[in-house]
Ligand binder design. Structure first.
Ligand SMILES: [Mg+2]
Length: 113
């Protein structure tokens, strides 16, 4: 996070307080969920709406990090990224085995004909 952003977020927190900013985070998350649904339905202007709402959520997440604590969030993120990497590895292996079994099934079928 840039120093200018930290200053701006600190000013927002000083003005409105943690609790109101948590409500804003929840509100922006709800708006993002709606934008995602609009984007999936290919609604006109949905891409721009999605971009705006991702930016809003990103700003509120960064702002809330100031009072929730960056370090615990980063630690949780690291654990979740490790878990994601393991899931990708396991799913890739499962798909490879599935493709090999399907291929073997096709070859066995040809041999019996
Ligand atoms: Mg918004």
């Amino acid at each position: 996070m840039k120093n200018e952003e930290i200053k701006l977020y600190g000013a927002a927190l000083a003005l409105w307080g943690d609790d109101i900013q948590l409500l804003m985070l929840a509100e922006e998350c709800a708006e993002l969920a709606t934008a995602v649904m609009h984007f999936r339905r290919k609604r006109k202007g949905a891409y721009e709406e999605l971009v705006e709402e991702i930016a809003d959520v990103s700003i509120m997440v960064d702002q809330c990090k100031l009072f929730i604590g960056t370090e615990p969030i980063e630690n949780a993120r690291e654990k979740k990224l490790v878990r994601l990497a393991r899931l990708i590895e396991a799913e890739t292996l499962r798909k490879r085995i599935e493709a090999e079994e399907k291929d073997k099934g096709r070859r066995d079928e040809k041999e019996t004909l």
